[in-house]
Design a protein around this ligand. Structure first.
Ligand code: GLU
Length: 347
């Protein structure tokens, strides 16, 4: 960065990092972005930072439409001179919003997402430390060109890999498949690894146009009886979290195959780590059986991330061929050039 004091805009959205005890006794997201900044005086030594109140909610209230709007707001902030942005939000859905943002935001300025596991009223509140680490990464020349990142507990994670892995532990964010790509030590930012590809989906959608996609986790004895209801309930796609390498009970095969003829169905694994198999098992309901019947393989994407990708693609009116290509590329590093797609009217 040429500017010795980088300009950073913080978009606050609520979550535990912004929470204090509410009237009912439980923590509620009440702190503004300005209040978050004022709790960390050391931020002044890193950058000129301003705060924008983007939303003020628990993160399960956020939607994909919010992330599309957030990407546009980041675009405007950078066009107005920001060198980087930070997004503070609740941790519960951070892995989903970060993945969506990583696909939607294609500028060089880092967009660093963070939050907290312990609210401001608790001993060992981690919000201030996470905000400081996020600012260090946002201001770091090493982070330029990486797009959206998740910074938490002094680690830097790629959104495509990161998952919340524990209900309360401050080290909750883990990237099981590839590990964190960097860390912060004594205020120094280390980016040790860079991603194999950076993908981009240029989509601009009015909030009511985001395509609904269902996510079904397959469990013991699942017979697929819910599936018939999906089209009439307005769903436009389905993601299945199959068992193990990508399997369902044989009873669920026919309903799945019927559904795959009328809407995209993407297969992922419920295990939480590892890539979907493609040609190992041959029994009814195996990955070979399902892929042959028109189900799309999700590669290394887990269910929630596959659902984000499918919903974005459908929102941009991608056809089934393009959807299969997106999953083949984004779900499997090194299997093709970066997936770069601008939907009609998209950015
Ligand atoms: N469920 C709340 C949220 O995601 C609190 C969890 C958190 O922020 O860590 O906003």
């Amino acid at each position: 960065m040429t500017n010795p004091r980088p300009r950073i805009v913080v978009f606050s959205t609520g979550g535990t990092i912004a929470s204090v005890r509410g009237d009912g006794g439980g923590a509620e997201p009440r702190l503004t972005g300005e209040e978050l900044l004022s709790a960390v005086p050391a931020l002044d030594t890193i950058a000129d930072i301003t705060a924008v109140r983007f939303r003020q909610v628990a993160s399960q209230e956020l939607t994909l439409a919010d992330v599309i709007a957030l990407a546009a707001a980041i675009d405007r902030a950078v066009a107005a001179g920001a060198d980087a942005t930070i997004v503070t939000q609740g941790t519960d859905t951070l892995e989903e919003t970060a993945f969506a943002l990583s696909l939607l935001w294609n500028g060089d300025a880092p967009a660093v997402m963070t939050g907290a596991m312990r609210n401001a009223a608790l001993p060992g509140a981690d919000g201030p430390a996470n905000l400081l680490a996020a600012a260090l990464v946002a201001a770091s020349p090493a982070a330029r060109g990486l797009g959206a990142l998740v910074v938490f507990n002094d680690e830097v994670h790629l959104p495509v890999f990161v998952r919340k892995s524990h209900t309360t532990n401050p080290a909750t964010f883990r990237s099981h498949l590839a590990g964190p790509i960097g860390w912060i030590v004594e205020n120094r930012v280390r980016i040790a690894l860079r991603p194999a590809a950076r993908h981009h989906l240029g989509i601009a959608a009015p909030p009511d146009a985001v395509a609904p996609v269902a996510l079904l986790k397959v469990t013991l004895g699942e017979d697929g009886r819910l599936l018939e209801a999906l089209p009439e309930r307005g769903f436009r796609g389905l993601v299945i979290e199959g068992t193990g390498g990508g399997h369902v009970p044989s009873a669920a095969v026919a309903p799945l195959a019927r559904l795959a003829r009328i809407m995209p169905v993407v297969l992922t694994s419920r295990t939480g780590a590892g890539e979907l198999l493609r040609h190992t098992y041959g029994f009814p309901g195996s990955e070979i059986d399902l892929l042959r019947r028109g189900v799309i393989g999700g590669g290394m994407l887990d269910g929630p991330k596959a659902r984000i990708l499918l919903s974005l693609l459908l929102t941009g009116k991608a056809d089934i061929g393009l959807i299969a290509k997106a999953f083949a590329t984004i779900g499997s590093p090194n299997d093709g050039p970066p997936f770069i797609w601008r939907a009609e009217g998209g950015v």
